[in-house]
Write a protein that binds this ligand. Structure first.
Ligand code: ADP
Ligand code: MG
Length: 488
């Protein structure tokens, strides 16, 4: 752990409370103290009149750090979904003060692990044989520990080096309680804020999170993405070793990469951060636009870099299928954002699945513009590959005002995951000084796919969604562009 970073001290996994009210109170108290602190600063700032802003700035800064540390400590105490939330926040330097990112990024892969004895017993129970029978070597100290599992480096008897991902025993119960509390919390939020119905968030999480606890599902997801990228050199997915895996233990190829946000290591390897960003953006464009099956959790703990550069995708616990119709609408919407055709943008925004109370055309144009239209135009103007905090603040304020007059009655559940990926990628793009605009990458890839389809039609071949990957030599898509990076 880096100097000056918070430590988890003597805290152990087994200290996590397993009673629902206790878990709820821990989170509630933390949020209340953070919230009251911010309110107090704003109140004093107003009272001090002109001198207020200068007075408040350093105090607010201090409160950011204090709050981030409170969140961190509570996450370590409670574990479960609070760690997941912290991981998400720790990836967003584009929307959160630096202190939050500094402190919460430690939740990506540095959470207190289970002791080796517990891990060993768990593996033996899961794989139904002594650990020595499976592994020639097994490192007692994990290489990483995250929200739901810890990962150990080991060597199989045939010499293959592997990563063994071991689910924390009892985590299912903790996650279950957290989902109940989350549902309750969202019910309260719904009563406080009537401009939107948030229940779909709980419903979506109830569907996706338990799937994350099924490592067989995760292994299949990894293999599906590996197959989609089989002919692309600069995207790597670890092989799954099924013979040594179960629902709670996943054994796979060990990949000795560097964390995507480790700037110093990338520099030592002679890798430009913006080149990594380019591969990252094209990789997610390929998954979302072309393949319709995507890794839905691109936080820095789940992304590594190998010489080349090559991008390593880890942790397929959250992956999502998008139907062709939704994809087509998403592409259409993206293109209207870039072309600035407001009428078409409003229509596409509605077609995505948004519904407002008034259900009027102008309402969708205004809301679409507030949510993302203005941000998109600003990104196109500056040529930067990401949007910055002040742009999100403006967009948030504008959307809130609009929603007060005309509340949302429906939101597309697919967009929760896609939106999250956009958010995480925007944060990472900022950390990586990206010059690759995700929306432009989407639109370009869609055009290339259309051209391929037309060409395939005129050649008398059937359209093949995986054309670029299936036929790298004549491929002309974004993945080839990422390959060009290798040749440069
Ligand atoms: N195949 C692998 N090779 C090397 N390190 C890995 C591998 N898989 C996971 N890790 C390390 O373990 C950490 C946690 O693994 P991950 O699958 O992300 O678990 P979780 O679902 O708990 O987040 C990762 O952040 C990474 O540092
Ligand atoms: Mg992870």
């Amino acid at each position: 752990m880096a100097a000056g970073s918070p430590t988890y001290g003597s805290r152990k996994r087994s200290d996590a409370p397993t009673s629902r009210p206790r878990r709820f109170v821990n989170v509630g108290q933390m949020l209340a103290r953070v919230f009251v602190g911010y309110k107090r600063i704003s109140f004093m700032e107003k009272r001090k009149g002109d001198a207020g802003a200068a007075w408040a700035a350093p105090i607010r800064e201090k409160h950011h750090r204090w709050s981030a540390e409170m969140f961190y400590k509570t996450a370590l105490k409670n574990q479960g979904l609070l760690i997941k939330t912290g991981q998400l926040l720790g990836t967003r330097p584009d929307v959160l003060p630096e202190a939050y990112v500094d402190v919460l990024s430690h939740l990506h892969d540095e959470v207190p692990p289970e002791p080796f004895e517990v891990v060993k017993a768990h593996i033996e129970r899961e794989l139904k044989r002594p650990i020595e029978e499976v592994f020639a070597e097994f490192e007692r100290t994990p290489v990483a520990s995250a929200s739901l599992a810890q990962v150990h480096r080991a060597v199989l008897h045939d010499g293959r080096v592997c990563a063994v991902k071991v689910q924390y025993p009892g985590i299912e119960n903790i996650v279950d309680i957290d989902l109940d509390n989350l549902t309750f919390f969202i019910g309260v939020l719904n009563r406080l804020d009537r401009s939107m119905d948030y229940r779909f968030v709980a419903a979506e999480m109830r569907q996706t999170i338990p799937k994350e606890l099924d490592f067989i599902n995760e292994g299949h997801n990894a293999e599906r993405v590996a197959k989609d990228f089989a002919h692309v050199d600069d995207v790597v997915v670890p092989d799954i070793y099924w013979e040594y895996s179960s629902r709670r233990v996943l054994t796979m190829e060990f990949i000795d990469g560097v964390k995507i946000t480790d700037s110093e290591a990338l520099e030592r390897m002679g890798i430009e951060k913006s080149d990594v960003a380019k591969i990252l953006v094209h990789c997610f464009a390929e998954m979302i636009v072309r393949n319709g099956f995507f890794h839905a959790d691109p936080h820095p703990g789940n992304l590594m870099v190998l010489p080349g550069p090559k991008l390593v995708l880890l942790d397929f616990g959250q992956a999502k299928d998008l139907g062709p119709e939704f994809r087509e609408t998403l592409i259409r919407f993206t293109k209207t954002l870039l072309s600035g055709d407001m009428v078409a943008m409003g229509e596409a925004f509605r077609d995505l699945g948004f519904r407002t109370k008034k259900d009027d055309a102008q309402g969708y144009e205004q809301l679409g513009d507030a949510y993302i239209g203005k941000v998109a135009r600003r990104m196109a103007d500056t040529g930067e590959g990401y949007a910055k905090m002040d742009q999100f603040e403006e967009s948030y304020e504008e959307a809130t005002t609009l929603l007060k007059k005309n509340p949302l009655t429906a939101m597309p559940p697919e967009l929760l995951m896609v939106g999250r990926v956009f958010g995480l990628l925007n944060g990472l793009s900022m950390s990586l000084d990206s010059q690759t605009n995700l929306m432009v990458a989407f639109a370009k890839l869609a055009d290339e796919m259309e051209a391929e389809r037309l060409q395939a039609g005129s050649n008398g071949n059937g359209a093949n969604a995986n054309g670029v990957h299936a036929n790298g030599a004549s491929g002309n898509g974004a993945s080839k562009e990422t390959r060009r990076l290798l040749e440069a």
